[in-house]
Structures are given as structure tokens and as C-alpha cells.
Design a binder for this molecule. Structure first.
Ligand code: MN3
Length: 211
């Protein structure tokens, strides 16, 4: 099980002016590291769980003893969700997607504008803390969904390829209560190359797991 804080391939300030350096540092070195530290404590004497990968644990959370299940759910989700969040960001990103993900978005949602409008609407509709996602469902189709707290789409049988953190800790320092401005800014720092590669990988996994 990989319980390491993934290094960011860019400086904390590299996503300015869209996401500020202080927010990035607190988010990565503070929040994400905290989820991992707590998960290590929770799993310290759970040898069977340690032999699984984290996606397996999360996809069938009942394998976790009931007394630690909710906390493992929160912190494992926190680790997986943030690892994907960083993976989908890059300085100078954004614009329209290219590659296989572009064709998939067009065929699932009509065009990029319809997709981005629906994704933004979904991110704004999340009441309180949570996430918006672009995921593959079990048949390999793309779907947009939202999860509360640190729940992972993997818990619902989806494979996420793009995730947006809409917890206030992700934007409050720069945008205060203006989630809509944060979401608009985030479109400028998406790493569509990484999203497209992950989509391709997940599509292969889906076709391998179907009969
Ligand atoms: Mn967060």
C-alpha cells in the first residue's frame, strides 16, 4: 500500500494567479499529509489491510473493521482524492483537451462547452465540502458526479480521471466564499495530457474486467 505524500512536479507558486502558493502549500503539506499520517496510524496493526492496495480497500470498505471504518473511509479517500487532484494540475494547463479524452468528452457530452458547463454546475451544486469528478462508469462511459466529504468515486464503482476539490480549504484564502471564481480559475490549470493518459489506462482496465 502506497502511503507516501506524492511530490508535486512544480513549485507551490507555479499555478499563480489561479491557485495561490500559500493555499497550495497548506493543501499539500498540511491537509494531504495529515490524511496520510492518520491513515498510517489507523492501519498500523491491520496487517491484512496493509497487504491490499488502497483502491481495493476503498472499493469494498466493509473489509475494514467497523470501529475504524469511517475514519479509514475519510482518510483513505482524502489520500486518493488529493493524489488525483495534483496529478490533474499543471502550470500553463487548461484550454481544450486533446487526445483520446477530447473525443470521449465530445461523444459523451456533445461538445467541450456543454461538458465544462455541466461540470462547473455540478461543482457548484455540492453543498458543503466535497468533490466534483469526471469518471468512467463500469461500462466505460464518462459521467460527471459529485461526492461529499472525502468519499471517493471508487467507493461507488467508478474510475475517476479528473477531480476538483471544492472544500473551502482549497480556495478560501484567495477566493473567500466565491467558489464560482475558484472553479473558473481551475479550468486554466488542468493537465489534459495526464487526464487523457489516465482515461486511456482506465478504459483498458474496464475492458479487461468486463466478460
Ligand atoms: Mn483538499
Amino acid at each position: 500500500m502506497n502511503l507516501q505524500l506524492p511530490a508535486l512536479p512544480f513549485e507551490y507558486g507555479a499555478l499563480e494567479p489561479y491557485i495561490d502558493a500559500t493555499t497550495m502549500e497548506i493543501h499539500h503539506r498540511g491537509y494531504h499529509a495529515m490524511y496520510i499520517d492518520r491513515l498510517k496510524q489507523l492501519l498500523a496493526d491491520q496487517e491484512a489491510l496493509q497487504r491490499m492496495n488502497l483502491e481495493e480497500v476503498v472499493s469494498d470498505i466493509r473489509v475494514v473493521p467497523e470501529e475504524i471504518r469511517q475514519e479509514v473511509r475519510n482518510n483513505a479517500g482524502g489520500h486518493l482524492n488529493h493524489s488525483l487532484f495534483w496529478h490533474c494540475l499543471k502550470p500553463g494547463g487548461g484550454g481544450k483537451p486533446t487526445g483520446v479524452i477530447a473525443d470521449a468528452i465530445n461523444s459523451n457530452f456533445g461538445d467541450f462547452r456543454k461538458f465544462s458547463d455541466l461540470f462547473t454546475e455540478t461543482a457548484l451544486s455540492r453543498f458543503g465540502s466535497g468533490w466534483a469528478w469526471l469518471c468512467l462508469n463500469s461500462t466505460g462511459r464518462l459521467e460527471i458526479l459529485t461526492t461529499p466529504n472525502q468519499d471517493s468515486p471508487i467507493m461507488l464503482g467508478y474510475r475517476p480521471v479528473l477531480g476538483l476539490d471544492v472544500w473551502e480549504h482549497a480556495y478560501f484564502l484567495k477566493y473567500q466564499n466565491r467558489r464560482v471564481e475558484y472553479v473558473e480559475a481551475w479550468w486554466n490549470v488542468i493537465d489534459w495530457g495526464n487526464v487523457s493518459d489516465l482515461y486511456q489506462h482506465c478504459l483498458e482496465m474496464v475492458s479487461r474486467s468486463s466478460p
